[in-house]
Design a protein around this ligand. Structure first.
Ligand SMILES: C[S@@+](CC[C@H](N)C(=O)[O-])C[C@H]1O[C@@H](n2cnc3c(N)ncnc32)[C@H](O)[C@@H]1O
Length: 362
């Protein structure tokens, strides 16, 4: 049973309601009619994680409803996950069930899939993992044909690699992305491709140089870089920055400088109020920034980043939280008008909505 009822017949009307809400929320800012990007109605999620519920000899996938956090809901069907996860789930459960070494104190299971067909499974335990576990895990990984990782307190066992390689076509280019276990990746692969397409459409013809904040593993960086002279991309997470370096190289991108920095730090560096050794090889004065691209976490842009944004000719903003987006657009209202809008349904059957805005200097 899934935790929430998923009825694909309801999908168009649920999306229509979210789009109407977006239009109502952003009407005060004179936002143009948004382009609407739908999700597949089923099998769209590339990530899924479940608690493992032990009852007698049985082990099952479980989730907990927010309203009743102590009562497990056994999950034997999770149709929002991509097919590779749906196919692996019952096979994995059966293999775990029949193997005491793999089953004992197993607390959580995490799946990370790609559109390209790779699958990584993380098994998280409440006990130290030993050689017997590793031998059993190797057999399990071979049977399922997946990347497998074991985690326990202060322990991480990677059998082969702790990342998957995503690969898809965009605007005639074949893009490749290393996606590392535990790092941020977009959950809805089909909608992510549409977001990249929309962002490229907005950026086409803008020219100049691009400053990107919150770049993660370079998801947007790789897509946008050919449209600009040079790109300065920043991100705070070390594992994501490492993956981004790999991804730049894997995609033959050579006009991007990537620096590990928080949005607050790069705002200070560009305002020339702070200096950083990490920036010593970057000649900030040599950039001719025309456009700022941001894809922040749910909290949106902080005050120093808003001050930085206000100085840009154009701001391309991808947001996973319409509420903080509204607050940020309100703060930029005196300097920028919204010239294009889009909604991307990354999270069907929930009230969450991803949106994109192009803000242009008034
Ligand atoms: C919504 S994700 C977007 C990542 C990337 N653009 C993508 O499409 O995969 C937000 C990213 O912001 C990073 N982040 C969170 N707080 C940050 C901060 N204060 N400064 C810089 N990056 C931050 C996170 O590590 C995460 O990679």
């Amino acid at each position: 049973m899934p935790l929430t009822r998923i009825d694909p017949v309801q999908y168009p009307s649920l999306l229509a309601e979210k789009v109407s809400q977006f239009k109502r929320d952003f009407a005060p800012f004179g936002v143009p009619e948004p382009a609407v990007f739908r999700s597949a109605a089923l099998h769209y999620r590339l990530r899924a994680e479940f608690r493992m519920w032990h009852e007698g000899d049985r082990v099952d996938y479980a989730m907990f409803a927010a309203a009743d956090p102590k009562q497990p809901v056994v999950i034997d069907d999770f149709p929002v996950a991509v097919e590779s996860i749906c196919t692996a789930m019952p096979r994995l459960r059966e293999l775990l069930q029949g193997n005491e070494v793999l089953k004992r104190s197993l607390f959580q299971v995490e799946f990370l899939a790609t559109l390209s067909g790779e699958l990584m499974i993380g098994l998280i335990y409440h006990r130290p993992l030993d050689e017997r576990w590793e031998a059993a895990a190797r057999e399990l990984a071979a049977k399922l044909g997946v990347q497998l990782i074991g985690r326990s307190r202060k322990q991480k066992i990677v059998l082969d690699r702790d990342w998957v390689l995503e690969q898809f076509d965009l605007n005639g280019r074949s893009l490749r992305y290393k996606q590392v276990e535990g790092s941020f990746t977009q959950p809805n692969g089909g909608v992510n491709r549409q977001m990249l397409g929309w962002a490229c459409e907005q950026a086409a013809g803008l020219g100049g140089d691009l400053l990107e904040l919150y770049c993660g593993n370079g998801n947007f960086t790789i897509a946008l870089a050919p449209l600009f002279g040079r790109v300065l991309a920043t991100e705070v997470s070390k594992s994501s920055v490492n993956a981004a370096h790999y991804n730049l190289e894997a995609n033959g991108i050579d006009n991007v400088a990537m620096v590990r920095m928080s949005s607050d730090e790069i705002s200070g560096a560009l305002a020339r109020t702070r200096e950083f050794r990490r920036m010593q090889d970057i000649d900030l004065d040599s950039y001719r920034f025309s456009t700022l691209f941001v894809d922040p976490p749910r909290s949106g842009l902080d005050a120093p980043t808003l001050a930085l944004a206000a100085g840009f000719e154009r701001i391309l903003y991808i947001s996973c939280n319409p509420q903080t987006l509204q607050e940020n657009v309100a703060a930029l209202q005196s300097t920028h008008a919204v010239s294009a809008a889009a909604v991307f349904d990354q999270f069907p059957y929930t009230h969450h909505l991803e949106c994109g805005l192009l803000l242009t200097r008034r």
